[in-house]
Design a binder for this molecule. Structure first.
Ligand code: SF4
Length: 243
């Protein structure tokens, strides 16, 4: 492995929530050009803590007997393309699966991971309907996110990306955006993730199930209370829609 420098944000030796169905370790990359008001990792959006990739690989190896994969998260992992690719390649070399949690702002990095066959799972955040995107984020990235979505959809359809999901962090008051986002995302796994910010009461799992009923498709629902559940919807309601 070539030794590169990575702006490091942290490490979780074992996680059972970052890649549903697997025990993994999670590497956090420091830095993100976007500033979501609800960011759970706001402390690593800025600053510098450069480490050799060899040091991070040593951490991964320490966990390797207990895990089957590595999740690269952040911050935004694809903002640091070279160390990300180097670590993904090194993880693969020790028979670990690889995943990214990404905001989709750097499609070239996602493309490189896919081209080199170094990624097993992508969880892509879509934060709003396209027309509202750049204004909401105060960062011009809608075209980049759309490109990342298209890349991942194509790779998934060709069997080059085993797992791909679009994650919508959903806040009360924005429920009506979900059908639009779902249509824009297309026929991919869709996750509704409970958004928590300020004093706004978060949507409950039940309320998100009702949104799922409006979509007429399977969704995954993630809440603090219930973890992740797969919701296949009210069959009666879907049947009624089809009649
Ligand atoms: S894109 Fe992700 S890491 Fe960046 S500010 Fe938003 S939630 Fe935080």
């Amino acid at each position: 492995m070539d030794t590169l420098r990575v702006n490091f944000g942290g490490f979780i030796p074992i996680s059972t929530v970052d890649w549903p169905g697997r025990a993994v370790c999670t590497v956090f990359f420091r830095g993100c050009p976007v500033r979501c008001s609800y960011c759970q990792n706001a402390t690593i959006l800025n600053g510098e803590d450069f480490r050799d990739t060899e040091e991070i690989l040593a951490l991964i190896k320490e966990s390797s007997l207990l895990i089957s994969g590595v999740v690269f998260s952040g911050g935004e992992p694809t903002m640091q393309q070279e160390p990300l690719i180097s670590l993904a390649r090194a993880a693969r070399a020790i028979q670990l699966g690889t995943a990214i949690h990404t905001n989709g702002v750097f499609p070239a990095a996602v493309s490189a991971l896919l081209t080199h066959g170094l990624i097993d799972r992508v969880a892509l955040d879509i934060k709003a309907r396209w027309e509202r995107y750049d204004n909401l984020l105060k960062y011009p990235c809608v075209d980049a996110v759309r490109e990342t979505l298209a890349l991942c959809r194509e790779a998934k359809s060709k069997g080059e990306l085993p797992e791909f999901e679009v994650v919508v962090t959903l806040f009360r008051g924005y429920e009506d955006e979900v059908p639009v986002i779902a249509k824009e995302a297309g026929d991919v796994d869709l996750v509704l993730q409970q958004g928590v910010v300020g004093t706004v009461p978060p949507l409950s799992e039940g309320e998100m199930r009702q949104i799922g009923d409006r979509l007429g498709r399977m969704i995954k629902i993630r809440t603090r209370e219930g973890g992740e559940v797969v919701y296949e919807g009210s069959r009666d309601r879907w049947a009624a829609r089809e009649r």
